[in-house]
Design a protein around this ligand. Structure first.
Ligand SMILES: NC(=O)c1ccc[n+]([C@@H]2O[C@H](COP(=O)([O-])OP(=O)(O)OC[C@H]3O[C@@H](n4cnc5c(N)ncnc54)[C@H](O)[C@@H]3O)[C@@H](O)[C@H]2O)c1
Length: 465
C-alpha cells in the first residue's frame, strides 16, 4: 500500500491541522487509486492536486491548449494561494500529470471527476454544453465499474440525465454510476478548503459507488469530517441552496450597513453582536460592495430559473439578486456624496478582483463600480496586485498602474474595492502626500478609520461612520 508522504496540506488559516492519528486510521486499500479529473480550472486543479496529495495517482485532462501548455511547463494559469506549491510537489512525486487526451487518461481510473465550467446561459439557466461534450466523449470509453462524478455545480436532475445519456450512448444495460459531488471550496482559500472541508456531499443511488467516493475523500481528511450521503437530486440542491443562502446573508448585511450609514450606527459592531448568536453565526457578515465571482451570480440565477419553471415564487432569492445590483450603485452614490460631482474627478481604484487572494474577475463588483463611476464622468486609475493583465481586457479607458502609489498620484479620491492585505501595509502618509485630496472610500472596511483620520484623511467606510 502506498503511504502518502504528507497529508493534509496546511495553509493559512492554520486553525485546524489535519491530525496524523486520524489519517493513519483512514488508510485504506484505496490509497494510490488512479483517478481522472476532467477540467483544469479552479476546482479541477485544486481537486486533482489535492487528491494527488492524499496519495492517489491523478491525471487532469484539460482541453484548452494554452492552459495545458502552461500546466505542463509547471505554470499555473491563474493565481490561487498555495496552489503552485501543491501542484509542483505532486508532479515531482509522479502522482499528478496533465493531458489533453481523454480516452487515454480515463484508462484504469476508478473514478472520473468532471469539473468543467457550468456558466449561465442567455436565459439565465445553466449552460451545460461543456458537461455534455465531456459525456459524449466519455460514454463509449468507460470501463465497467468506473464511476462518473459530477463535481461541477449542476442543476437538479443533471446526474439523472447524464446517467440516461451514458446508457443511451453506450447502448448497453450495464449501468454506469453517476455521483453528484458538489464542491464548496472558496477561491482565495481553495487549497485550505480542500483539505479542511466543512462537509463532503455525495449523491447517488448505488451504495458501492457512494462508498468509493466517500473513501477517496476520506483518505486525506480528518476522521470526523461530515460526509452527507444522499440521492443525486438532494446533493445537487444542497449546493444551490447553500449559495443562495450565503448570497442572502451578504445581501442582508449590506442592506444593514446602508441603514447604519444613514443613522450613524456602526454596522460592524452590530454584525459582531448578531454573529455571536450561533443561530446566526459570524461568517459572511462583513458589509462590502456586493457579492460577485463565478458562482453566486450564476447559481442564484439557476435557482430562480428553476423556481420559475416550476411556478415557485422564491421572492427572497429575487430580492437578494436585485439588492446586490443596487449595492454597486450605492457605492457610486457614496463617491458622489464625497466629491459632490464626479465629472472630471480623478479616482484611484485599489483592487479589481471579486475578492482577495484570487485573480478571478468574473462578476467582480469592482468592475461594475468602476464603470458606474466612469458613466458619471470620472477618470479612473486602477491597480490590482494580480489581475491588471486580465482587467485590461475588461475595462476601457482605465489607466492600469503597477502600484498603489501610481493610482494615488493627484487623485481626488481613493476607493478600496478588494480586501487585499497589501493595501493595509501601504505607506499611507506618503499616499496622502501625493493625492490631490485625502479622501478614502473603503468599501471593504479594510483600513482602520482612526489610523487614516489620524493621518489627515477623510475616511468613509461601509456601515462605519
Ligand atoms: N470557482 C469556484 O470557486 C467554484 C467553487 C465551487 C464550485 N464551482 C463549480 O465548479 C465548476 C468549475 O468551476 P471553475 O471555476 O473551476 O471553472 P473554470 O472555468 O475555471 O475551469 C473549467 C476548466 O475546464 C476546462 N474544460 C472545459 N471543457 C473541457 C473538456 N471537454 N475537457 C477538458 N477540459 C475542459 C476549461 O478549459 C477550464 O480550464 C463549475 O460548475 C463551478 O460552478 C466553482
Amino acid at each position: 500500500m502506498r503511504t502518502p508522504e504528507r497529508l493534509g496540506f496546511d495553509t493559512a488559516p492554520k486553525a485546524q491541522p489535519t491530525g496524523s492519528a486520524d489519517l493513519a486510521e483512514n488508510a485504506s486499500p484505496l490509497a494510490g487509486s488512479a483517478l481522472c479529473v476532467i477540467g483544469g480550472g479552479f476546482v479541477g486543479l485544486v481537486s486533482a492536486a489535492g487528491f494527488a496529495d492524499f496519495g492517489h495517482s491523478v491525471i487532469c485532462v484539460e482541453n484548452n491548449p494554452s492552459r495545458l501548455e502552461k500546466l505542463k511547463s509547471g505554470k499555473i494559469p491563474f493565481y490561487e494561494r498555495d496552489l503552485d506549491e501543491l501542484i509542483a510537489r505532486n508532479v515531482k512525486r509522479d502522482r499528478l500529470s496533465f493531458c489533453a487526451e481523454l480516452k487515454l487518461s480515463i484508462k484504469g481510473a476508478k473514478a472520473i471527476f468532471i469539473t468543467v465550467g457550468t456558466p449561465s446561459g442567455k436565459d439565465g439557466r445553466t449552460d451545460l454544453s461543456a458537461l455534455d461534450k465531456v459525456i459524449q466523449s466519455l460514454a463509449d470509453n468507460l470501463e465497467p465499474n468506473q464511476v462518473v462524478v459530477i463535481k461541477s455545480t449542476a442543476p437538479v436532475g443533471t446526474a439523472r440525465k447524464v446517467k440516461e445519456k451514458i446508457a443511451l450512448l453506450r447502448n448497453s444495460s450495464d449501468a454506469i454510476s453517476v455521483i453528484s459531488n458538489p464542491e464548496f471550496l472558496r477561491e482565495g482559500t481553495a487549497v485550505y478548503d480542500f483539505f479542511h472541508p466543512q462537509r463532503i456531499v455525495i449523491g447517488g443511488d448505488n451504495q458501492e459507488a457512494t462508498e468509493l467516493i466517500s473513501n477517496i475523500h476520506r483518505l486525506g481528511m480528518k476522521q470526523n469530517t461530515p460526509i452527507v450521503v444522499t440521492n443525486n437530486e438532494t446533493a445537487e440542491m444542497i449546493k444551490y441552496a447553500s449559495n443562495v443562502f450565503l448570497a442572502t446573508k451578504i445581501g442582508f448585511v449590506n442592506e444593514l450597513a446602508e441603514l447604519c450609514d444613514k443613522i450613524g450606527v456602526n454596522a460592524l459592531e452590530v454584525a459582531r453582536g448578531m454573529g455571536l448568536d450561533p443561530r446566526i453565526g459570524s461568517d459572511f457578515l462583513d458589509p462590502g460592495p456586493g457579492w460577485g465571482g463565478s458562482c453566486l451570480p450564476k447559481d442564484l440565477s439557476e435557482y430562480i430559473g428553476l423556481a420559475h419553471a416550476h411556478d415557485a415564487s422564491v421572492t427572497i432569492a429575487r430580492a437578494v439578486r436585485e439588492a446586490n445590483l443596487l449595492q454597486r450603485n450605492y457605492v457610486v452614490s457614496k463617491a458622489r456624496d464625497i466629491l459632490g460631482d464626479l465629472e472630471n474627478k480623478r479616482i484611484g481604484a485599489l483592487g479589481l478582483t471579486f475578492k482577495a487572494e484570487t485573480s478571478d474577475l468574473r462578476n467582480s463588483p469592482a468592475i461594475d463600480i468602476i464603470r458606474g463611476l466612469q458613466r458619471e464622468g470620472a477618470t479612473i486609475l486602477a491597480h490590482d496586485p494580480v489581475a491588471n493583465g486580465d482587467a485590461s481586457q475588461l475595462l476601457e479607458n482605465v489607466e492600469l498602474c503597477d502600484s498603489a502609489e501610481g493610482v494615488a498620484k493627484d487623485a481626488d479620491l481613493l476607493i478600496i474595492l478588494t480586501e487585499w492585505k497589501q493595501f493595509q501595509l501601504l505607506d499611507w502618509k506618503k499616499i496622502g502626500d501625493i493625492m490631490k485630496s485625502r479622501y478614502v472610500l473603503d468599501t471593504r472596511n479594510l483600513i482602520s478609520p482612526e489610523f487614516l483620520r489620524g493621518n489627515g484623511f477623510t475616511y468613509v467606510g461601509t456601515g462605519v461612520s
